[in-house]
Design a binder for this molecule. Structure first.
Ligand code: HEM
Length: 502
């Protein structure tokens, strides 16, 4: 050895030795990675990772493009958060059905505020218990007149729909922004179901709630730099977002206090809202030491349910109306189906009758496919190192199920970028179910409000088509560039629409 040093000279020997060790490290890291087979990675910038390269309006299109290049499972850094994006439907199903992927996100805006309470950010037993409680409550709403849960929910939808029609009638024939009227009517519907109260339009408290609660979900945006770059948390945008999230939490706590006063006789056998079921259950458990039905847990569940249901259903109906303005021939087809199935008098626009309108249902499905309300789904977190397909996903990884990419994948859909409602119909006119259609996500944590959201959107669509023809004002054409900046849900551009009475 010392002979070799003497032969080469100290300097050259040191260099060769250093190069050898570096190569050894690189080669062993390569074999280590290859062995563990982590998803391929799209390289971003230091500190910010891939965040600055994401399209602000449609970050999901950037991720879809990356999937074309790197494959159906790839990784990126969003700020300091290691994130795996999955856009293969089978792998998404596989991942979201595993117990390991039930943990919620490591994102500060979401978890920092809820502290694991409620349902959206809850984990393990708390999550299981409240998911089960919410699902069974939605199925067992009842009324003193002995109406079933479905009829109770339908009555609530029809009330909100009448408010909406009343509201927009004043603007018939003129270009108008329908979003405020939709926000009120869908918001009061969700309030009715969750809180058991229908807010009045002019009520100043309702005005304030409309500014805070529906936006709770969007405030946690998956692409918000604040969530990922600790350095930015010193700036006002972050403190504003946290402030608004905390305000929503306070408001939910106050709402729950009011409900406890308003429903002193809440009864576990007969309730018309989620809160009544919770109050009855909290009473039943009085004296128990666990906090699973404590006031702050319940108020967080109420807030989560309002946040998850309001903006998503509002965006669904709003997108639907924008698509109808884009495709007048689809409006004609819906009317033809209504004439055929419901008759031209059409006095009965009940859920039972509207459920027979399969083409109309296919239109709703196509809007949800083409324009999923949550194009990047809700992210989950790997609780431990897990294999998905051929890849290892490390513990703590943020996992994004890229619903948008699945819905626009040409392997699954013919002409995926075209709007074709008929693709959801079988030859005999019945609805064709597709395993590639996942607007409500999938797996053990999938949306619990899917059916209710479907009923709401269907009844709004049929009533609107019955009463109005929808169009854009002259000179307006849908343009992706007009979209608002992306948050968690995808909202349509703020176009005015013309509603002409039929
Ligand atoms: C078109 C409307 C809606 C869409 C597109 C939608 C979509 C979603 C999605 C993608 C998730 C995430 C699933 C996951 O984390 O794996 C979710 C969860 C959830 N949704 Fe919906 N949703 C809608 C309406 C509703 C409604 C009306 C309600 C309540 C009545 C509701 C209540 C919930 C709740 C409580 C969760 C959390 C479930 C859990 O973590 O176990 N959603 N929804």
């Amino acid at each position: 050895m010392w002979d070799l040093v003497a032969l080469l000279g100290r300097d050259l020997f040191d260099r060769m030795f250093f190069t050898f060790i570096t190569m050894l490290i690189v080669v062993s890291a390569y074999y280590d990675l290859r062995d563990k087979n982590y998803p391929p990675s799209a390289v971003g910038l230091p500190i910010f990772g891939y965040l600055p390269m994401l399209n602000q309006k449609t970050p999901y299109t950037t991720l879809k493009d990356l999937a074309t290049h790197y494959g159906k499972v790839f990784s990126i850094y969003l700020g300091s958060v290691y994130t795996v994006v999955i856009s293969d439907v089978k792998l998404i199903r596989e991942a979201l059905n595993l117990d390991n992927f039930h943990e919620k996100t490591p994102l500060i805006l979401a978890n920092g505020v809820a502290n694991g309470k409620g349902i959206l950010m809850a984990e393990s037993d708390r999550w299981k218990q409240h998911r089960f409680f919410l699902m069974s409550t939605l199925k067992s709403l009842s009324s003193t007149k002995g109406k079933s849960s479905r009829v109770v929910l339908e009555d609530k939808i029809q009330n909100s729909l009448s408010d909406f029609i009343q509201d927009i009638k004043e603007s018939t024939g003129n270009a108008c922004d329908i979003r405020p009227a939709l926000k009120h009517s869908i918001g009061s519907l969700m309030f009715d179901v969750v809180i058991g109260m229908r807010p009045k339009k002019g009520d100043p408290n309702w005005g304030k709630l409309q500014n805070t609660i529906p936006n709770q979900l969007n405030m946690m945006s998956v692409t918000s730099s604040n969530n990922f770059v600790p350095l930015l948390r010193k700036f006002s945008k972050f403190t504003d977002a946290i402030g608004k999230l905390l305000k929503g939490k306070d408001e939910a706590a106050k709402l729950y206090e009011n409900c406890v006063e308003n429903f002193p006789k809440a009864d576990s056998n007969n309730f018309q809202s989620i809160v009544e079921a919770y109050i009855a259950e909290a009473k039943r458990r009085d004296g128990k030491t666990d906090d699973s039905f404590s006031a702050d847990q319940i108020s967080q569940v109420l807030l989560d349910t309002l946040a998850m249901s309001w903006e998503t259903t509002l965006d669904s109906v709003h997108w639907l109306f924008v698509y109808l303005a884009m495709y007048p021939e689809v409006q004609e087809n819906i009317l033809r189906e209504m004439d055929c199935v419901l008759g031209s008098n059409r006095e009965d626009l009940s859920l039972e009758s509207c459920n027979k309108l399969t083409y109309t249902e296919a239109v709703i499905m196509e809007v949800w496919r083409h324009r999923p309300v949550l194009p990047m789904g809700l992210p989950h977190c790997a609780a431990e190192r897990t294999k998905i397909g051929n890849y290892w996903i490390s513990e703590g990884t943020l996992v994004v199920p890229l619903i948008y990419a699945v819905h626009r994948d040409q392997r699954y859909w013919e002409k995926p970028d075209d709007f074709i409602p008929e693709r959801h119909l079988n030859d005999d006119g019945t609805i064709r179910k597709s395993e590639y259609f996942i607007p409500f996500q999938t797996g053990k944590r999938a949306c619990i409000g899917e059916e209710f959201a479907q009923w709401t959107v269907l009844l709004f669509l049929v009533k609107m088509m019955n009463d109005f023809k929808i169009s854009f004002p002259k000179g307006i054409k849908y343009n992706q560039e007009d979209l608002p900046d992306f948050c968690v849900t995808s909202s349509p551009p703020p176009y005015r629409l013309i509603l002409e009475a039929r």
